[in-house]
Write a protein that binds this ligand. Structure first.
Ligand code: ADP
Ligand code: MG
Length: 272
């Protein structure tokens, strides 16, 4: 399905109180985790004639690294876009304590590769209303560079957008998402179509971000989910299971999510 415009500003509150929302910060023991930051009840989505999501009830706990896992066509991208408010749905989606500000890294950057835009100019589009033909101001150029530094991509600043590899464009999209000062980072298949170095770098970046953000990550890959998730939603148009990884990564649940054999073949290793 065609993605929404990359790094488009998404509806959200203002201002952001703190990245570490939900903690008492009084030096005492950590309070019990607050309720989920996102809760879905009976969410269904129909795309044309096709029911992409059927009665999805799930939660994204505050401060979690939630992984939405399922096979191709399971409705994972549809689900995150529905949470982001980009797709009409039936059912209920609620946010606690209020709608957070989202930063969204779409599955791919849909754009004309011949568009004569550098990475800095692309990031500037989200940072200023000044028309690009007036040039990028020094202030915005500095902000863009700061954003690129956060994702170890300062060297890409002057590159044409169309010349980026899969991993490089993912990092530029991540920089754009971070620049909107999100509370919840949503990443759709951040390691797909990326070479092994790019994947490793993305993994390191995500590990670094997990203390600062609630993360919702889409993946069809079990090792990625296992490495990064502390809350897993198994999706195949409906929710097959959700919970901490050790509870949901069972052969039975994986078979129900991915199809009869794959659960046994992929994870965990077959025993007996
Ligand atoms: P995933 O991200 O899990 O691979 P998607 O959310 O992209 O799955 O898509 C779910 C299903 O919806 C797929 O079978 C896809 O073909 C279908 N689909 C996506 N967009 C449309 C659309 N605009 N009209 C009809 N069907 C669509
Ligand atoms: Mg997808």
């Amino acid at each position: 399905m065609p993605g929404p415009p990359a790094a488009a500003p998404l509806p959200g509150p203002d201002p952001v109180p703190s990245r570490h929302h939900g903690h008492a910060g009084d030096g005492g023991p950590d309070p019990a985790p607050a309720g989920p930051i996102v809760r879905l009840r009976g969410v269904s989505v129909t795309l044309g004639q096709f029911q992409a999501l059927r009665g999805v009830s799930a939660k994204v706990p505050l401060g979690s690294q939630t992984v939405i896992i399922g096979p191709n066509g399971a409705g994972k991208s549809t689900l995150v876009q529905t949470i982001l408010g980009l797709i009409p749905f039936q059912g209920e989606i609620s946010f606690l304590p209020r709608r957070p500000r989202f930063g969204y890294v779409p599955q791919r950057l849909d754009f004309d590769r011949h568009m004569p835009l550098t990475v800095t100019e692309f990031l500037a589009l989200g940072l200023t209303t000044r028309p690009l033909w007036l040039g990028v101001s020094r202030r915005v150029r500095r902000m863009a560079l700061g954003g690129l530094e956060e994702v170890m991509a300062a060297d890409l600043a002057g590159k044409p957008l169309g010349a980026l590899s899969g991993g490089e464009s993912q990092r530029v999209l991540l920089a754009a998402a971070l620049m909107s000062r999100p509370e919840v980072l949503v990443l759709d298949e951040p390691a797909t179509g990326v070479d092994i170095n790019g994947e490793q770098l993305m993994c390191e970046l995500l590990d670094g971000f997990k203390k600062d953000y609630t993360i919702i990550m889409v993946s069809h890959d079990l090792p990625t989910a296992k490495a990064h998730g502390d809350w897993v939603i198994c999706l195949n148009r409906r929710v097959v299971a959700q919970g901490p990884p050790d509870k949901v990564f069972t052969p039975k649940i994986l078979a129900a999510t991915f199809g009869l054999h794959q659960g046994h073949d992929l994870w965990p290793p077959r025993v007996g």
